[in-house]
Design a protein around this ligand. Structure first.
Ligand SMILES: Cc1ncc(COP(=O)(O)O)c(C=O)c1O
Length: 429
């Protein structure tokens, strides 16, 4: 039953009374926009205003919001089996999704472990690699990662992410990591040397392949990553490929893995996994990793799980989303977005306000030239956020970097509108 207050206050007023939002300084937080409906590339607020979701709602939506095919599949599933404990029990959606996903991944990926978000998929990957060595009585404890990486907000995931303002209050609680730069043709020899010097202590190397999303859509080459992976493999360092962001078409191919010759030992997925409709995490691994946990000794078990591990509804949504991803029509949309982004990139790369413009597949990032350089806390960020929102476009700049990674169903007309508004903003700010 609603109270009188709930009847008289707007949704945003009620929100401000009871909700603490993520990544938000609540003291001077902007009033949140109340979204009441979403369809395709659009979000609709309580005044009926329409916004183009240019960032796929934190990089998760693949085929458009409220896709009827996913909705129908999930709706049928919830009437049949909503949730069941996943230890000692199994169900069709979990098995079907594992089979489908493994069928798309590098051949060495053989087993699926379910969690419920990107950070936990990374936690499991870390545990798999650390315990892989522990179970064999070998002491390899250090983790190798890239500077400025981002792998999530839980403590393990924070530990292997770059140290930043986000991690500062917790830094003394985070385990030590060896950080290296992302590879280039110039620095790769030095990176390999750095790795070799400590390789006998390294349990694993964890990396965002090709694009470091949260760092500001920083991009680096597949050739150099392949070389680094090959070197780690030669030095017996396990490879964790975090495809939480890059998975499911974002890079123009199904996975960043499809740009690479080398295959990792462990892979992490979430975000677009369910087409962005539900929380779900997946960690896949090789038979070799899996086998290191098979033992009569109970202590060699992977002791990890979550209440909602392999939730049947989320698995069904993911299975439906993969069906949609594999459709010819979706692949054509992905190619179209890649092409359109490339065209826009050449249109603006000489603009006086453009420090750099970069693209990997459907991800386009534009770095604004500012006097202060790159900073997440740059005032420009808020100006640009407000500017685009006032134009009916949801963007969420990372400091002075704006990026577009739309749902694949976005129309050419809406892409043109976004491109034109970006050009307009470049002339103003
Ligand atoms: C590469 C990568 N890994 C892990 C995560 C964490 O995912 P989640 O926010 O679902 O915990 C993110 C989130 O942005 C990410 O970009």
């Amino acid at each position: 039953m609603k109270t009188i207050e709930q009847d008289t206050l707007s949704l945003t007023e009620r929100d401000l009374k009871v909700i603490w939002h993520p990544y938000t300084q609540m003291l001077n937080a902007i009033i949140p926009t109340a979204i009441v409906r979403a369809e395709g590339s659009y979000l609709f607020d309580d005044d009926g205003k329409r916004y183009i979701d240019a960032i796929s709602s934190w990089w998760v939506i693949l085929h458009g919001h409220s896709h009827p095919y996913i909705a129908d599949r999930v709706s049928a599933q919830i009437r049949k089996l909503d949730q069941v404990i996943f230890a000692g029990f199994t169900h069709e959606p979990a098995v079907e999704l594992a089979e489908k996903l493994l069928g798309l991944l590098p051949l060495n990926q053989q087993k699926v472990f379910y969690t419920d978000n990107g950070s936990t998929s990374v936690e499991v990957a870390l545990k798999m690699c650390v315990q892989y060595w522990h179970n064999q009585g070998k002491s390899r404890k250090m983790v190798l990662a890239f500077h400025h990486g981002y792998h999530g907000d839980t403590f393990g995931a924070m530990s292997i992410s770059g140290r930043s303002a986000w991690t500062a209050p917790f830094d003394t609680y985070l385990f030590e990591v060896l950080y290296i730069d992302t590879p280039t043709a110039e620095n790769i020899a030095g990176l390999k040397k750095q790795i070799s010097e400590v390789s006998d202590q390294l349990a694993c190397f964890v990396y965002e392949p090709l694009v470091q999303g949260s760092a500001g859509m920083l991009m680096y080459g597949a050739t150099e990553l392949d070389e680094l992976m090959r070197h780690c493999r030669a030095e017996n360092v396990l490879l964790i490929q975090d495809e939480v962001f890059t998975g499911f078409g974002r890079t123009g191919k199904h996975f960043a893995a499809n740009h690479l010759r080398e295959a990792p030992d462990v892979m992490c997925f979430s975000k677009g996994l369910t087409g962005g409709t539900m929380p779900l995490g997946v960690t896949t691994c090789t038979e070799n990793i899996y086998n290191a946990f098979l033992s009569k000794d109970k202590l060699k078990t992977l002791f990890h799980g979550h209440s909602f591990t392999a939730n049947p509804l989320a698995c069904t949504a993911a299975s439906a989303s993969i069906d949609l991803l594999l459709r010819e029509e979706t692949q054509q949309h992905i190619e179209r977005i890649c092409r359109r982004h490339a065209g826009f990139m050449s249109r603006i790369h000489n603009h006086i306000r453009v420090e750099s413009v970069r693209q990997t597949g459907t991800i386009l990032a534009i770095e604004w030239r500012t006097e202060t350089g790159t900073s997440y806390f740059d005032d420009l960020r808020n100006l640009l956020y407000d500017y685009f929102l006032s134009k009916g476009i949801l963007m969420r700049p990372l400091g002075n970097v704006i990026y577009i990674l739309p749902p694949y169903c976005i129309s050419d007309k809406d892409l043109d509108f976004i491109y034109d508004e970006i050009e307009g903003a470049l002339d103003i700010y």
